[in-house]
Design a protein around this ligand. Structure first.
Ligand SMILES: [Mn+2]
Length: 291
């Protein structure tokens, strides 16, 4: 039996969906804590506990239509996994729906962004993460989770926020490209100014949002492979997302790198809530009505 986001009674058929949830259980490239392959099922299970009404928006975002795909068998081999995430994303985008990928480690985003940039000429990736992920290759692989932003930057503009961990080589590369990130420290110092900076940097109308949950502070999100202290608070993240979504058209998004911890429920619930908040913002600001 399949798992539906929010549970079967609130799921829409694919023909009536705005959002198509694509669980993608893959973590073969994780380098430190693994277990992200278990995250999609945990997030879907937790989502059944969500309140359907969003009190901030005063509406029920699920009415935009949410369809959940079956959890696929993902090949371990990185190139095959990349192709599968690309093909799934392409099918969803061709159906004029918004893909919502649930990782999995961050490498799953590489294929998705390939599909996005194949279909949309002008799109910016908004990348929320503790890490720059700008390595050209990592542990011998150009498809590692540590290379996601680098691969994306070869295809389109990448705007990074929440960063607080980078190698010297990655930082030098970003500096040379005149594309230094909006750091977690900048966000904590002045949220409004940091938000304006992100919006100023984004050059296109369309955005794809990729959220490594380690952008959040470990006190908010302890269950992730590579936690870094000093991350975003919940409302800081929501504020950045809300303003970005208000001013741009979101063509898809993903939430990756949850690594469920036994006995600790709240991280997967937090991910489910995050996904639902983003859907709510998209529905509210883009004026999506039920199909
Ligand atoms: Mn990260």
């Amino acid at each position: 039996m399949g798992l539906d986001f929010l549970g079967a009674p609130y799921s829409a058929g694919i023909d009536h969906a705005t959002f198509v949830i694509s669980p993608f259980p893959y973590d073969a490239t994780a380098s430190y804590g693994t277990g992200a392959r278990f995250a999609p099922a945990r997030i879907l299970e937790a989502s059944a506990q969500l309140e359907l009404f969003d009190e901030e928006l005063e509406e029920c975002p699920y009415k935009a239509g949410i369809h959940t795909l079956e959890i696929p068998e993902v090949p371990v081999e990185p190139e095959m996994a990349r192709r599968l995430s690309r093909d799934i994303a392409r099918d969803i985008l061709r159906g004029e729906n918004v893909p919502v990928f649930l990782g999995g480690d961050h490498s799953i985003t590489i294929g998705v962004i390939q599909a996005v940039t194949d279909i949309f000429e002008d799109v910016t990736v908004l990348h929320l993460d503790a890490h720059t992920d700008m390595r050209n290759e990592y542990q011998g692989s150009p498809l590692s989770h540590a290379c996601v932003a680098r691969r994306a930057s070869e295809l389109c503009q990448v705007v990074q926020a929440g960063i607080r961990s980078s190698s010297e080589a990655e930082w030098k590369h970003l500096k040379k490209m005149e594309n230094l990130p909006v750091t977690a420290y900048m966000i904590r110092q002045d949220l409004e100014q940091a938000t304006r900076k992100i919006l100023e940097k984004i050059e296109s109308e369309k955005i794809y949002i990729t959220i490594d949950v380690d952008c959040l502070d470990p006190s908010v999100m302890p269950a992730t492979g590579t936690p870094e202290p000093g991350g975003l608070a919940w409302f800081e993240l929501l504020h950045l997302l809300k303003e970005s979504i208000k001013h741009h058209k979101v063509v898809g998004f993903d939430v990756v790198e949850l690594s469920p911890a036994p006995g600790l429920h709240f991280p997967e619930f937090t991910c489910a809530r995050l996904v639902y908040k983003i859907m709510g913002y998209i529905k509210a600001f883009e004026g999506i009505s039920p199909k």
